[in-house]
Design a protein around this ligand. Structure first.
Ligand code: UDP
Length: 326
């Protein structure tokens, strides 16, 4: 099969590319390297067994001609190109909105014209400021004001979902929408704010662990290999077209407890420092206090759930970051 991946040099995209190449499929990637890194896929490009089956275009999905060249020959399209990371989005609001809204529109339009099966990566951010758990796909959304730029990410991802569902209902586009909760694993960078790689690197360097706010906010974490497996499975299920799925872990942990766990697991001398949000972000920030998915729907469609527990996720991530620091 021919697989097209937008954002294929990103953290999740690069793992997805590796999984399809390992299976013997052909993979074409487009990535503008805004938050992706060529190093994420260099090892795939250097692998002699993959060379003839991997095509990498360094370009933006906002370029319809190049994006059409990618999507035209594909059997399956995974649209993962997006501005990611709360810190990045707050610092680059306009570019983030353009990539997320115009970029997705271009991809969906091409998939519709070429009659392609497509999966789009949405985000747990679309739920907004809920305090209840678990979050179900049919829950309402609750956002802060437009003066808090964090919510532009949620709103743009929600607009992507509306657009995808409209293409499905009006043009019969075979599209699957996935809301990814906090995904973790090797090659994820802390540079755009992601908490686990940041805490692990701080712990390994015996630097203070930067807990924002009072640390009572909670998250669940999913291992990237599990996410990739679920994405690949969902594309095999015809009933999944036109549907929205949560993909996430189920072990809820507070950010303070996460920091403590990482300090213990790395035998670090780091102290845990609580940093007020105004100091961490300067402006426009509002955190989400709680974020736990219901994964009943995805389980009922594909028959399994993400398997890797938090301790194992942390073990893999610590191991990887330790090696990069050597
Ligand atoms: N966080 C933190 N310190 C950091 C980075 C993140 O306390 O150095 C917190 C952040 O405020 C949020 C949680 O960790 O409550 C998860 O942040 P991340 O940016 O990884 O993902 P989010 O769930 O916010 O999209």
């Amino acid at each position: 099969m021919k697989i097209a991946i937008t954002g294929g040099a990103g953290f999740i995209g690069s793992h997805l590319a590796a999984a399809y190449l390992e299976r013997g499929d052909e993979v074409a990637i487009i990535d503008n390297l805004s938050t992706g890194y060529i190093q994420n896929i260099q090892y795939l490009m250097d692998n002699p067994a993959y060379k003839s089956r991997l095509d990498v275009k360094i370009d933006t999905i906002l370029n319809p001609r190049v994006t059409a060249e990618l999507i035209g020959p594909a059997d399956l399209v995974f649209h993962l190109a997006a501005a990611v990371g709360v810190r990045y989005i707050i610092e680059n609001p306009l570019e983030s909105i353009k990539t997320n809204i115009q970029g997705t529109e271009i991809v969906l339009d091409l998939c519709s014209r070429f009659d392609k099966k497509v999966l789009i990566a949405s985000s747990s951010e679309v739920y907004g400021k809920h305090l209840h758990a678990p979050l179900v796909e049919t829950d309402n959304v609750i956002y802060g004001p437009s003066t808090k730029s964090r919510w532009s990410y949620a709103a743009s991802k929600l607009m992507d979902e509306f657009t995808a569902l409209a293409y499905h209902s009006t043009k019969g586009l075979k599209v699957v929408i996935t809301r990814l909760f906090n995904t973790v694993g090797p090659r994820q960078t802390g540079a755009y704010g992601m908490v686990i790689p940041r805490f692990v690197e701080q712990a390994l360097k015996n630097m203070p662990i930067t807990v924002y706010g009072d640390g009572t906010q909670t998250r669940t974490f999913t291992f990237v290999n599990d996410v990739v497996h679920v994405l690949m499975e969902l594309m095999k299920h015809q009933q999944a077209y036109g549907e929205v799925f949560n993909i996430g872990g189920t072990e809820e942990i507070s950010i303070y407890d996460l920091a403590q766990k990482i300090v213990n697991k790395t035998n670090s001398n780091s102290v845990i420092e609580k940093i007020p949000y105004e100091q961490a972000f300067k402006k426009d920030f509002e955190d989400m206090q709680r974020r736990v998915p219901s994964i009943e729907k995805v389980k009922s469609f594909i028959g399994f759930e993400p398997m890797t527990d938090l301790d194992t996720i942390l073990a893999h991530t610590i191991d990887y970051i330790r090696k990069t620091l050597q």
